[in-house]
Design a protein around this ligand. Structure first.
Ligand SMILES: [Zn+2]
Length: 171
C-alpha cells in the first residue's frame, strides 16, 4: 500500500527540471531495524538537511511511503540529486535479506516509476560511489530488474505466450 507522509521540510525544496530525471537510485537504510520513514526524516533533519533525502521508503512489511515529493530534488546521491529519484529500503542488506513483501512492493513501485520516467535508468547507489556498498551485497538487483520487466509487460497486457501457441497450431 502507498502512504502519503506530508512531512514538513525545514527549507523549500527545489523542483527537478522537466525531463531531467535520468536515474532511479536504490538505497538501504543501513541501520538497525525496525525504523520508519519518520525516523529517517528526523535523522536527516538532525544532519542539517531539509528533511528525509529519499523520495520513497519501503519498509519490511512492503508498505511504501512517499517522502520527498517525487518532482523535487532529493538528497541521496552526491552529484546526481538534480537528476534522480531516490528509493530507500528498510534494512541493512550487507547483513540481512530483502523480505518478500519488500521485493513485491519494490517491483510494483519501480514498474510505475519506469513507466512515468521511461528514460530513467535503474541504478544502485554503489554504481555512483562504490565505497558505499549500498543497497548492500545481498540486495537482489538483477532479479528485481527482471521482475520489473515482467511486471511492465503484464501491465501493458502483452505478457502472455498465447499467440505463440496459436501460431504453433496454425503451422
Ligand atoms: Zn545509499
Amino acid at each position: 500500500m502507498l502512504h502519503q507522509t506530508n512531512f514538513t521540510f525545514s527549507e523549500d525544496l527545489m523542483p527537478r527540471e522537466e525531463g531531467a530525471t535520468r536515474y532511479i537510485v536504490l538505497h538501504h537504510s543501513e541501520v538497525a531495524t525496525p525504523h520508519t520513514a519518520a525516523n529517517i526524516h528526523h535523522w536527516h533533519q538532525n544532519k542539517g538537511w531539509a528533511g528525509i533525502g529519499y523520495h520513497y521508503f519501503i519498509d519490511k512489511e512492503g508498505e511504501v511511503y512517499e517522502c520527498r515529493p517525487r518532482q523535487m530534488v532529493g538528497a541521496h546521491v552526491y552529484g546526481h540529486n538534480h537528476e534522480s529519484i531516490g528509493v530507500c529500503f528498510e534494512g541493512d542488506f550487507n547483513k540481512e535479506q530483502l523480505s518478500e513483501k519488500q521485493e513485491t512492493a519494490a517491483v510494483k513501485l519501480l514498474s510505475l516509476l519506469s513507466l512515468a520516467y521511461p528514460v530513467a535508468q535503474l541504478c544502485r547507489h554503489s554504481d555512483f560511489n562504490n565505497a558505499k556498498h549500498c543497497p548492500g551485497e545481498n540486495f537482489p538487483f538483477e532479479r528485481i530488474k527482471l521482475r520489473i520487466m515482467e511486471c511492465v509487460w503484464n501491465m501493458l497486457g502483452i505478457g502472455t505466450n498465447r499467440n505463440v501457441s496459436s501460431d504453433a497450431t496454425n503451422h
